[in-house]
Design a protein around this ligand. Structure first.
Ligand code: NAD
Ligand code: UD1
Length: 332
């Protein structure tokens, strides 16, 4: 039996595939390569010694999905594939709803038809909208402020309804906080499409001279130094979280929801200072206006994952900053 990883050549997907292979799982990857490259497969082979089976397939193409399920014995699906830029989603909401929602509906219909009833889904802390407090627990109110986050919330609802209609399903919804870092080999990591929106991808591009200066969005938040605070989590810890979630869906039917974060909040200045210290590089920055739609503080209470999945993040901010930069150095 195989584990199907949708979006498996992407940033989080590729790191999870490495952990799956290391654990001896048989992996099948599906990706349309809209935000990743085929070379990632070779990098996975360099790290693990195994070249995973790969289908260049779009989730919107239900006939090709059907072929994958006919040709393979899929026990469980880890579903990463989706468009993920909050900013972009505001400009092209229909593309986001079509890709993320229709793609997921096609996947779930095909899974049900083939009696495959175990799924782990990539959700996001963005489903908490503007949280009433921090740290955020899984039972906080859910509300969204942009189409990207709404696709995540809608898919969570679809998965809940699916379970109500058929309680042989076993579903794990993982709400990620801010994944950064890269595999310690430096062979796989995050390659943003165009100018990065997110903090770490921007910092590494200031470090390598691609951009002159980092804009720090706001220094008047009610945080320890006025800059935004987030729960950065090393992508390898996040990948391992999926391995733990697999044990859960294999053993317990139902819908299980977990925050995957470290439970610690770091400010933008903490990240800049740590990056400078561990990599011995100066990052030029200036304070500018707050970014529209940003929140001051967002970090997880990750106790539920610790108690029920026996998982907790192990890698610290220094490791995250070191590995992010190592990936850029190795990519040159
Ligand atoms: P990514 O863009 O690197 O990976 C997603 C992969 O899905 C890409 O390889 C892309 O080519 C593929 N894809 C997109 N639409 C597809 C389709 N219709 N059919 C087939 N393949 C398709 O993104 P990532 O950072 O690895 O994120 C993975 C998942 O985690 C996404 O669902 C994302 O929304 C979610 N998530 C990411 C973050 C983050 O900060 N990276 C935070 C919270 C949640
Ligand atoms: C982003 C995404 C969100 C996603 C989350 C987790 C956006 C607008 N939001 O939010 O959808 O779920 O990551 O990956 O893309 N910052 C700067 N300068 C920069 C970039 C960021 O000061 O050039 C600051 C931000 O204001 C924020 C912090 O750095 O305080 C982190 O920003 P970012 O990496 O974009 O993460 P989120 O804001 O959490």
């Amino acid at each position: 039996m195989s584990v199907l990883v949708t979006g498996g050549t992407g940033y989080i997907g590729s790191h999870t595939v490495v952990e799956l292979i290391n654990k001896g799982e048989d992996v099948v990857i599906l990706d349309n390569l809209s935000n990743s490259t085929i070379e990632v497969l070779d990098k996975i082979k360099q790290i693990t010694g195994v070249l995973p089976k790969f289908y260049k397939v779009d989730l919107l193409d239900i006939n090709s999905l059907e072929d994958i399920f006919t040709q393979n014995s899929i026990e469980l699906v880890i579903h990463f594939a989706g468009l993920k830029s909050l900013t972009e989603s505001i400009g092209i909401p229909l593309e986001y709803y079509n890709n993320n929602i229709t793609g997921t509906l096609n996947l779930l219909k095909t899974m049900k038809k083939h009696n495959c009833k175990k799924i782990i889904f990539s959700s996001s802390a963005s489903v908490y909208g503007l949280p009433k407090a921090v740290p955020i627990t899984e039972n906080f109110d859910l509300h969204t402020t942009n189409p990207y986050a709404t696709t995540k919330l809608m898919i969570e609802q679809i998965l809940n309804d699916l379970y109500i209609s058929d309680n042989e399903f076993s579903i794990c919804i993982l709400r990620y906080f801010n994944p950064i870092g890269a595999h310690e080999s430096g062979l796989i990591g995050e390659i943003p499409n165009g100018k990065p929106n997110n903090l770490l991808p921007y910092i590494v591009r200031v470090a390598n001279g691609q951009y002159d200066c980092l804009n720090v969005f706001g220094n008047d938040y009610k945080t320890k130094d006025g800059t935004g605070v987030r729960d950065y989590i090393h992508v390898v810890d996040l990948a391992i979280g999926h391995i733990k979630a697999m044990d859960k869906v294999r053993n317990d039917i139902g819908v299980h929801i977990y925050n995957l974060g470290t439970g610690k909040g770091y400010s933008v200045l903490d990240v800049i200072n740590t990056f400078e210290k561990v990599n011995n590089i100066k990052i030029k920055y200036k304070f500018v206006q707050r970014r529209p739609g940003d929140i001051g503080e967002c970090y997880a209470n990750a106790n539920k994952a610790k108690e029920e999945l026996n998982w907790e993040a192990k890698r610290d901010l220094e490791q995250m900053c070191k590995d992010s930069w190592n990936f850029i150095l190795k990519s040159k």
